[in-house]
Every structure is written in C-alpha cells, then in structure tokens.
Write a protein that binds this ligand. Structure first.
Ligand SMILES: [Zn+2]
Ligand SMILES: [Zn+2]
Length: 120
C-alpha cells in the first residue's frame, strides 16, 4: 500500500472501511470454497509481486488480484466468487492466494493505526 502524505484522518477511515469490506468478503468467500470442495489445496502465490494481469478469469474475464481457483483437471482458473468454474464431474480445485488471511489482517491493522496517529 502506498504511503500517501497528506491523507486526513477521514480518508484513512474511509480507506479502512473499504479495505475491511473487501477483506471480509474475500475471507468468507475463501472459506466457502474450502468447504465446498473436498481436499482443496490452498496455495500462496510463489511471487507476491506477481502482476495481476497474469491471471484472467475464464468466466468473467476480470483480472484476479487477490486470489483465484484453479482446476487441475481442465486447467481452468476463475474468480473465487463464482465458486464453480468448470463442468468437471469431480473438479480438482486449488485455491491460489496472494496474501494469506493473517497478512490481510495485518494490513487492516496498519490502516487502523494510521487513523489513530493522524490528527484530524
Ligand atoms: Zn470471474
Ligand atoms: Zn475442471
């Protein structure tokens, strides 16, 4: 996250709320995937800095920045929000994530401390 000079307390607060919303949705969708399929492997990106445009969803053609699901049977990948990305009878699903849940929570905590340390 870029360190922006001159952010007001209010803008940190807004950023915090947006980030929290996004994070809560991301984590609950991840949990949903993990419970939806048997033996889902959760795999962190080998390179956290990997360019987001390397991963394009087969279904909606959006870039997938935070995470995607991948089926080893048909080699398709897609947004985790679709939950199901292929028509395989027994899909072999892996969940690829850029940041794990702890890392996301750490970023949120950083934003929170920005709110506290920025004078209004
Ligand atoms: Zn998609
Ligand atoms: Zn498949």
């Amino acid at each position: 996250m870029a360190e922006e000079i001159g952010f007001t307390k209010q803008s940190w607060q807004k950023l915090y709320e947006k980030f929290k919303q996004m994070m809560d949705l991301e984590i609950s969708t991840r949990n949903c995937i993990l419970s939806l399929y048997d033996h889902v492997k959760s795999i962190e990106f080998a390179n956290q800095q990997e360019k987001y445009d390397r991963s394009v969803c087969k279904i909606c053609a959006n870039y997938m920045f935070l995470s995607y699901i991948f089926c080893w049977k048909c080699l398709k990948k897609g947004c985790i929000s679709h939950q199901s990305i292929c028509a395989c009878s027994a899909p072999q699903i892996s969940l690829y994530i850029r940041y794990n849940n702890e890392e996301l929570q750490g970023m949120l905590a950083k934003l929170e401390s920005k709110i506290r340390t920025t004078g209004s």
